[in-house]
Design a protein around this ligand. Structure first.
Ligand SMILES: CC(C)=CCC/C(C)=C/CC/C(C)=C/COP(=O)(O)OP(=O)(O)O
Length: 265
């Protein structure tokens, strides 16, 4: 990809997150507004390897991952991407050393308290999906607060998946529908894709499924992220570790996505 072409719009770190007026004239070279994905899902990976490569303790990479988040979200917002979701913490991540889990949870608290507040102030909606019952009281409170505060915002909807498992989400949906059938609320033959989708964590009123999934750090798998929702997603894998994945890399991913989708069907 020609890096000359992948200039960040305005390259202004302080630009408002929802600068719709300047949007079209500031589109990075080569990007087409009509082919922009509606939902970008990100499987962020490589934080620890990034830190170890720099001679730092692995878990410090999570802070570096958080640092790259706002420039990426600023770009998504400028491009008027409707939804951006991040796989922050999986149900399997509890198996990491306690010290790292505690550190990660503190990073997620900062993410919701500090970044969440900034995103809200720029008109973004912030949601947290996953089994929140296993999260600390502080995290549950922070999550409820930012969701409530930002619910009516019409800017980019940012979804953080915390203690999330795609398989678990599907099992939850099955259990709920089984109970509804048992209680006579619906008939089993009334269950269809629309009804099923309304039982998932992503049952937001306005929720496009991810059309672009990006995974950093060279692993070629989707690791139990939105399994149902990714049925038709385009997948983009990059070798870069997440803390090195900046706005220009996102533009490169968007150009690759648009190159595969230049004929809408
Ligand atoms: C939403 C967002 C981006 C938040 C900020 C960063 C953050 C807290 C990410 C946590 C997710 C995570 C476990 C990343 C993977 O790196 P890894 O630990 O698996 O690294 P490795 O593959 O090198 O071991």
């Amino acid at each position: 990809m020609n890096s000359e072409k992948t200039r960040v719009p305005s390259a202004n770190g302080d630009a408002a997150l929802n600068d719709k007026e300047n949007m079209s004239k500031e589109l990075p070279a080569g990007l087409k507004e009509e082919l922009m994905p509606k939902h970008i899902a990100m499987i962020v990976d490589g934080n620890r390897r990034w830190a170890v490569n720099k001679g730092l303790p692995g878990m410090f990479g999570h802070n570096a991952g958080r640092t790259i988040l706002m420039p990426l979200l600023r770009l998504c917002s400028q491009l008027q991407i409707k939804v951006v979701s991040f796989f922050v913490f999986s149900t399997e991540n509890w198996r990491r050393p306690t010290e790292e889990v505690d550190f990660l949870m503190k990073v997620v608290e900062d993410l919701l308290r500090i970044d969440g507040e900034e995103l809200h102030s720029h008109g973004c909606r912030v949601s947290v999906m996953g089994d929140k019952t296993k999260l600390s009281e502080t995290l549950q409170k922070l999550s409820a607060e930012i969701e409530e505060k930002s619910r009516a915002n019409s800017g980019t909807h940012i979804i953080f998946a915390v203690n999330y498992s795609g398989k678990h989400d599907i099992i939850r949906a099955c259990r709920s529908l089984a109970t509804q059938v048992k209680d006579g609320v619906i008939l089993s033959n009334q269950i269809n894709e629309t009804i099923f989708a309304q039982e998932l964590y992503t049952k937001f009123v306005d929720f496009p499924c991810p059309d672009l999934v990006i995974r950093t750090s060279g692993e070629i798998r989707i690791s139990n992220f939105m399994l149902w929702q990714m049925a038709y997603s385009n997948l983009y894998f990059t070798k870069k570790y997440f803390p090195d994945f900046g706005p220009n890399d996102l533009i490169e991913a968007l150009l690759a996505f648009q190159g595969q989708n230049d004929v809408l069907c």
